[in-house]
Design a protein around this ligand. Structure first.
Ligand SMILES: [Zn+2]
Length: 260
């Protein structure tokens, strides 16, 4: 890119966007998913890792937010290269542990380009030839929730877009207890986006029945904030966007796609 790198974008008191490609805010490499920094005070984690071609820049963004404090874990929503390709480099640069649900954990750990869909996507020109993620140790996500300093992240297996896809929910410890449902954020990966849109790929692990069930699962969480893997975040009344997706399902239709 030309010109100065954009600064990280603070979205909520606890969540800052530190990586984002052309389907987002253009902070880092064009092929990057959104990469979110979740700051729990005494501990911090990343949600997703981008594709790896701008891992240095993402790490610099993390350091500019945290100073001397550390990211302990990198939580992957799924194994696709735009979300997980940077896991190995970021784990090394930040000294963090990579975590994902099975079977995404095994796919990323092995650098399995067939199972992640990278080999086909690269051949199709979606990714440049130099995008070749290295294998990296990955710990499986096994609990229902994860403590991040003062915060608790809920772990929600949500297959459909990809095998081993995971959404994460965050109850904001700073929220006013009297606030009306305004306290839960959902990191939705590639399950669902603003306006209830979805991303259905022609890959072997796409499962439309599971996608519908996963959409209903996250809609039932009634999040106020939606932090998807691409595109615009929704910072209030996000549950109305998820309801739009469920209304399509109720009519026997898939919600519209993210891309035209
Ligand atoms: Zn994906």
């Amino acid at each position: 890119m030309t010109g100065p790198w954009p600064d990280p974008v603070r979205l909520t008191p606890r969540v800052t966007l530190v990586g984002s490609g052309t389907l987002g805010f253009g902070l880092t490499d064009p092929h990057d998913s959104h990469v979110y920094l979740v700051d729990g005070g005494t501990d911090a984690v990343l949600v997703d890792a981008g594709c790896g071609l701008a891992a240095d820049r993402i790490a610099a963004n993390v350091r500019s937010c945290l100073g001397a404090r550390q990211v302990s874990r990198i939580l992957l929503t799924h194994a696709h290269a735009d979300h997980a390709g940077g896991a190995a480099d970021l784990a090394r640069l930040l000294g963090a542990t990579v975590m994902a649900l099975p079977p995404a954990a095994a796919i990323v750990a092995a650098g399995d380009e067939d199972a992640s869909g990278l080999r086909i996507a690269r051949r199709a020109g979606v990714y440049p030839p130099e995008l070749r993620p290295a294998p990296v140790p990955v710990c499986p996500l096994e609990a229902d929730e994860l403590a991040v300093g003062a915060l608790t992240l809920g772990i929600h297996p949500t297959p459909g877009h990809a095998a081993g896809h995971c959404c994460f929910s965050l109850a904001d410890a700073d929220a006013d207890a009297d606030a009306d449902a305004g306290s839960r954020a959902l990191f939705s990966g590639d399950l669902v986006f603003a306006r209830g849109r979805v991303a259905v790929l022609a890959t072997p692990d796409t499962d439309l029945r599971a996608l519908g069930q996963s959409l209903r699962t996250v809609a039932a969480l009634r999040p106020d904030v939606l932090l998807p893997g691409h595109g615009a975040p929704v910072l209030r009344e996000a549950h109305t966007h998820l309801r739009t997706a469920v209304e399509h399902l109720d009519r026997g239709a898939l919600p519209p796609g993210l891309l035209p």
